[in-house]
Design a protein around this ligand. Structure first.
Ligand SMILES: Nc1ncnc2c1ncn2[C@@H]1O[C@H](COP(=O)(O)OP(=O)(O)O)[C@@H](O)[C@H]1O
Ligand SMILES: O=C(CO)[C@@H](O)[C@H](O)COP(=O)(O)O
Length: 513
C-alpha cells in the first residue's frame, strides 16, 4: 500500500541527513551519510561538492529503504550556509567549495567594508557586517587570487542550492541562505543590488531568490534515477541550516531560544521585525516564515570540537578506532562541573560571534598535573556552551528571554551536554522529535508548507513534540557563573598572542625566516 511523506534533506558539514515526515508530522525514517572537510592550508576549509551529492543520494536511498511503499509528495532542502560553490556556464564546478568556517579572506572583507562606506553604511544596506565566513568575501577572494577561474564563474551557489540544481536543473536560492552572503538586503528580502554593483560583482552570478516555501523546481528524470525518487516531485526553497533548524525545533514565534550543537555552535531566536543588528555583532537574517526574521550568534566550533579531540585521541591510541564520541562523553562525565578549574576557549577555526577574529585560537587554560583526559573533554563540552552563553550576552540589546532553550544537532545525543546547557544558562533545555537530524526536519516541514499541508510556519511548528527535558540545577549556578566570568575575560587577554601565533612561519616550522 502506498502512503505519502515529505522528504527533508540537510547538506550538513559532517554529513548529509535525510528525514521522512508523514502529513501528520510524525517522523517515519532518517538516514545519514558522512563526508570529509578538507583543510589544505591553515584557516582554509573546503569540500568537494560532489561529496554532497553522493551523500544526499546515500541518505535519501537509505531513508526510502526504511519505508517501503512511501510516496514522496514534496522535498525541502537545508544546508550549511555561506559556502561558495562556483560554477561555469555549463554548471561545472570550478574549484572546491569554500565553506562557512574558512578564514582566508580577511583582506577582502576589510576592502568590502570600506567600499561599502564603512560598517554603519554596510549595516544600513544588509543589516549584517561582512564576515570572513560569508560568501561575498569569498567571491572577492577568487577575483583577486584565482584570476584564471574568476571570469568563468557564472553562478555562485550555496551548498543546498547546488543540490537543488542537481535535483531539478534550476538555479535558485531562498531568502535565509541569501542573507548569509552578506550581499542581501535582509530588511526588504531582496538582493542588495546597489551594494553588489558598487563592489563590482556581476549580479547575474547570484541566483534568483524566493521566499523559503516557494516551489523552485521539480525532480528531473535524470535525478530521479540517481536519487531513487520519482520524477516531477516539487522541490521547495528550504533554508540555511542555522535558520531552518529553528523551524525544525518548533521555534518560529518570538519567545524561545534555540541552540544547535552541530559542527558549529548556534544560539538563535525568531524576531517579528528585522531588528537593528547590535553593532553588527550578531547575524540578523530572513527567517523561513515570510513575516519573520532571525537573530543568531554562531561559533565556528560547536560539537565539531569533539570530533577534533576524537581524532587526536585516536592517533594517540595508534589509530585504533575504539575512541568513540560516546566514550569521550562518558569520560567527561567523570569530571566535576567546572572541570576542576580548567577552561577551554573553543576558537579552533577562529572566532565569529562575539569575536569576529580569524586569528583567534583554541586554548586550554588552567592545566595542572591533577587534570586528566576526563577534565579535558569536559572542558571542551563546557567551552562550547560558554561560547553559546557568550553569544546570548552579545544579543542582550535584542531583549531575548531565557525561560527555555530548545536544542538540536548531533551534540544533543548527549544527555550530559544538554544538562550542561541547562546548568550554564540557568533554564530548562528541551529537545523535540527529530532534533538530531539537524536541518532535515525543518526542510521537510517547509516542504509541507510549500504544498499546502500546513497553512504556515507557525501551524507546522506547533506540531513538534517535546522528547526530552533537562531542568537546571541551582546548586551549580555559582560554579558556572564564576567559570563563565573567567571564560569571558580570557579572549581579550590572549587576542594579541593569538595573532602572533598565526605567523605563517610557525605553521611551516620556519618562523625566523
Ligand atoms: N553521542 C554523541 N554525543 C555528543 N555529540 C555527538 C554524538 N554523536 C555525534 N555528536 C556530534 O555531532 C556532531 C555532528 O552534528 P551534526 O548536527 O550532524 O553536524 P553537521 O550538520 O554540521 O554535519 C559531531 O561533530 C559530533 O561531535
Ligand atoms: O555558519 C553557519 C551559520 O551562519 C553555520 O551554521 C553553518 O551553516 C554550518 O552549520 P552546521 O553544518 O554546523 O550545522
Amino acid at each position: 500500500m502506498r502512503f505519502e511523506a515529505l522528504l527533508g534533506i540537510d547538506v550538513g558539514t559532517s554529513s548529509c541527513k535525510a528525514l521522512l515526515l508523514d502529513p501528520s508530522s510524525q517522523v517515519l525514517a532518517t538516514h545519514s551519510a558522512d563526508y570529509p572537510v578538507l583543510n589544505p592550508h591553515p584557516g582554509w576549509s573546503e569540500q568537494d561538492p560532489e561529496c554532497w551529492i553522493a551523500g544526499a543520494q546515500a541518505a535519501v536511498r537509505g531513508a526510502l529503504s526504511k519505508c517501503p511503499g512511501v510516496k514522496i509528495i514534496a522535498i525541502g532542502l537545508s544546508g550549511q550556509m555561506h559556502g561558495l560553490t562556483p560554477l561555469d556556464k555549463d554548471h561545472t564546478v570550478l574549484r572546491p567549495a569554500i565553506l562557512w568556517n574558512d578564514q582566508r579572506n580577511a583582506d577582502e572583507v576589510a576592502a568590502i567594508t570600506e567600499a561599502a562606506g564603512g560598517l554603519e553604511s554596510l549595516l544600513a544596506q544588509t543589516n549584517n557586517p561582512m564576515l570572513t565566513g560569508y560568501t561575498g568575501g569569498k567571491i572577492a577572494w577568487m577575483r583577486r587570487h584565482e584570476p584564471e577561474l574568476y571570469p568563468r564563474m557564472r553562478h555562485a551557489l550555496n551548498p543546498k542550492d547546488y543540490l537543488r540544481l542537481r535535483l531539478t536543473g534550476e538555479v535558485a536560492t531562498e531568502v535565509s541562505d541569501a542573507s548569509g552572503t552578506g550581499l542581501f538586503d535582509v530588511r526588504n528580502r531582496q538582493w542588495a543590488r546597489p551594494l553588489i554593483e558598487r563592489l563590482g560583482i556581476d549580479p547575474e552570478i547570484l541566483p534568483p531568490s524566493h521566499e523559503s516555501d516557494v516551489i523552485t523546481g521539480r525532480v528531473s528524470v535524470e535525478a530521479a534515477e540517481a536519487f531513487g525518487l520519482e520524477p516531477g516531485i516539487p522541490v521547495v526553497g528550504g533554508g540555511g541550516d542555522a535558520v531552518i533548524q529553528t523551524l525544525g525545533s518548533g521555534v518560529i514565534d518570538p519567545g524561545d531560544l534555540q541552540t544547535t550543537l552541530g559542527t558549529a555552535g548556534i544560539l538563535a531566536a525568531a524576531l517579528d521585525t528585522p531588528a537593528v543588528n547590535p553593532k553588527g555583532r550578531v547575524q540578523v537574517f530572513c527567517n523561513i516564515a515570510p513575516d519573520r526574521w532571525h537573530a543568531m550568534g554562531v561559533s565556528l566550533d560547536g560539537a565539531g570540537l569533539l570530533t577534533w579531540f576524537q581524532a587526536i585521541a585516536g592517533e594517540l591510541a595508534d589509530g585504533a578506532g575504539n575512541v568513540t564520541i560516546e566514550k569521550l562523553v562518558e569520560r567527561a562525565s567523570k569530571s566535576p562541573p567546572g572541570a576542576r578549574g580548567l577552561v577551554f576557549l573553543p576558537y579552533l577555526s577562529g572566532g565569529r560571534c562575539p569575536h569576529p577574529d580569524p586569528h583567534a585560537r583554541g586554548a586550554f587554560v588552567g592545566l595542572t598535573r591533577r587534570h586528566g583526559d576526563a577534565d579535558m573533554v569536559r572542558s571542551l563540552l563546557e567551552g562550547a556552551v560558554y561560547g553559546l552563553r557568550d553569544m546570548y550576552d552579545a544579543m542582550a540589546s535584542l531583549g531575548l528571554g531565557r525561560h527555555r532553550i530548545v536544542t538540536s544537532g548531533g551534540g544533543t545525543r548527549s544527555t550530559l551536554w544538554r544538562q550542561m546547557q541547562a546548568d550554564i544558562f540557568g533554564c530548562d533545555v528541551v529537545t523535540t522529535d527529530g532534533a538530531e537530524a539537524g536541518g532535515a526536519m525543518g526542510a521537510a516541514m517547509v516542504a509541507g508548507i510549500g504544498v499546502g499541508i500546513w497553512a504556515d510556519a507557525s501551524t507546522a511548528a506547533r506540531l513538534r513534540r517535546t522528547e526530552t527535558r533537562c531542568s537546571f540545577n541551582p546548586e551549580l549556578q555559582e560554579t558556572y557563573t564564576r567559570m563563565f566570568t573567567i571564560y569571558q575575560s580570557l579572549y581579550p587577554l590572549l587576542r594579541d598572542s593569538f595573532t602572533q601565533l598565526g605567523h605563517p612561519g610557525f605553521d611551516a616550522g620556519v618562523a625566523g625566516a
